[in-house]
Design a protein around this ligand. Sequence first.
Ligand SMILES: [Zn+2]
Length: 149
Amino acid sequence: MSDTWLVFVPEDPRALPAPDAIARALDLLKQLAPDADEVAATVTDDVRFHDCGENWSGVTCPRCAADIEDWWFEAMDAAFRSAFADLRATTPCCRLATTLNDVTFGWPAGFGRVALAARNPGIFDTTPDQDAALDAAAGLKLRKIWRRI
Ligand SMILES: [Zn+2]
């Protein structure tokens, strides 16, 4: 059996909404995915990477669109050793100063200290209006990640 997760993390990897904001966003996510097996928030002291599982579709440069997947994985290894405390990176193709979170993921993935996740949410997708409502509830811009494992 494979599982599908609908995960929301802040666009800013270090951002941490207040507990009541997390609770509001979680309540809303439960309403949007009432048939989910489980809806929960995970908060961690360190920054974690939230991948998209089998949906993974590589990494390209946000400026010149070069395939930088191999470089990104090497940079990830180095960043992991510092618990993702510093995600700054310069792309090898056109020397763009960016971060490991701001490259172009073929399928969205991202870093965060908090993740709101619905396991097997039972919906095809959330709408842009629903995404905006989640942003408002959390009090910051969220990134949506569909993970298939
Ligand atoms: Zn480039």
